[in-house]
Design a protein around this ligand. Structure first.
Ligand SMILES: [Zn+2]
Length: 367
């Protein structure tokens, strides 16, 4: 900052400090002018304020050259000591004044700019936050739950990882049944199965609550399928179970028919076809009359007039015995169907995978 300080006379040193200061303050001088300082944005004004503060420390701080020259006063010949003291003081005051002008202008501007930024214009229309909405499968699941709750059913939640006992044994699925094969069911390394049907919840519910019981269990199930437009390795089912004294197939048919009327309209017709499931006897698959063409044939029902939906039957006595219920005293029915399949039908989706890809452009249609 000041060269060869020791070689110069004290007066020359003060003069050199003054000159060096003038050179450095040059680029800040214009900020003393309101018109100039207000061209800055808030961030650069703050940066300039910091640079000016640093300049002040360098020229007027305790370790500054001007502070050092004060220490020289004692060594000056007494006759010129007064004059030198005045020179140092005058120089210091001048530096002080120059800096203060720039500093006050900058800090006033920064304060105003901050206030302007923080002030709220109450006349500007608000920006609505983007809210999400429920997934179509969730919406449908809730509709189904509402129907069953109104029929006196409880909603049961079950675990997705099961032991072989709940996934197969308790459901009367024999040892050699293909559903147990590793090609059909996902197994963990510890030998647990990702449940391949929500029927597992029936067993838990009967063990926990005993009978009589009326419950539905909506939830995810897992099967080793290759994804295609009508299959996905993970999908949603809803399982229903009703066990009481004197329950017959008529109760099953009435319940399923009532559900389908509430979902697809009062004129919906239901039909049952004989089938086989290990956990029910007798077993039946159920179809309903096409909600689109009312039975005359269309693309959705593949011109048959009927839509296949799910499986059902009277709970197998072995299943009741497994959970300690006497099949001589109690009987029951169970049914199950895919929520995603029903969803795809209702919204006429050609590809069930759309429901699991979480593409917002698709999902937003269900707002
Ligand atoms: Zn149809």
């Amino acid at each position: 900052m000041v060269d060869n300080q020791a070689d110069q006379s004290p007066e020359r040193q003060v003069e050199a400090i003054s000159k060096a200061f003038e050179q450095e303050i040059e680029r800040f001088v214009s900020f003393g002018d309101w018109a100039e300082v207000s061209k800055l944005n808030l961030e650069s004004a703050i940066a300039e304020q910091r640079a000016v503060a640093e300049l002040r420390t360098r020229f007027l701080g305790k370790k500054s050259a001007i502070a050092a020259t004060k220490k020289l006063i004692g060594r000056i010949a007494p006759e010129s000591r007064g004059a030198f003291g005045q020179l140092v003081q005058a120089t210091e005051e001048q530096l002080q004044t120059r800096l203060e002008q720039i500093e006050s202008s900058l800090s006033r501007y920064i304060e105003e700019a901050r206030t302007a930024r923080e002030s709220i214009d109450v006349t500007i229309p608000g920006r609505r936050p983007r809210t999400g909405h429920r997934h179509p499968i969730t919406l449908l699941r809730e509709r189904l739950e509402d129907v069953f709750v109104s029929l006196g059913y409880a909603i049961e939640d079950g675990r997705e990882i099961e032991t072989d006992f709940y996934n197969f044994d308790a459901l009367n699925i024999p040892e050699n049944h293909p559903a147990r094969a590793k090609a059909d069911t996902f197994y963990t390394t510890e030998g647990f199965a990702l449940r391949s049907q929500t029927s597992t919840v029936q067993i838990h519910a009967m063990q926990r609550r005993g009978v009589p019981v009326r419950m539905i269990a909506p939830g995810r199930v897992f099967r080793r399928d290759t994804p295609d437009p009508t299959h996905n390795p993970m999908f949603f089912q809803v399982e229903g179970l009703c066990v009481d004294r004197g329950i017959t197939m008529a109760h099953l048919k009435g319940t399923v028919a009532e559900l389908l009327r509430r979902m697809f309209g009062a004129d919906t017709v239901t039909r049952f076809r004989p089938s086989y499931f290990p956990f029910t006897e007798p077993s039946a698959e159920f179809d309903f009359s096409c909600f689109k063409c009312k039975g005359s044939g269309c693309r959705i029902c593949k011109n048959s007039g009927w839509i296949e939906l799910g499986g059902s039957g009277m709970v197998h006595p072995n299943v009741l015995r497994t959970v300690g219920v006497d099949p001589q005293q109690f009987s029951g029915f169970a049914f199950g169907f895919g929520i995603d399949r029903m969803c795809a039908l209702m919204y006429e989706l050609d590809d069930i995978r759309l429901l699991f890809e979480n593409d917002v452009r698709f999902l937003e249609k269900f707002k």
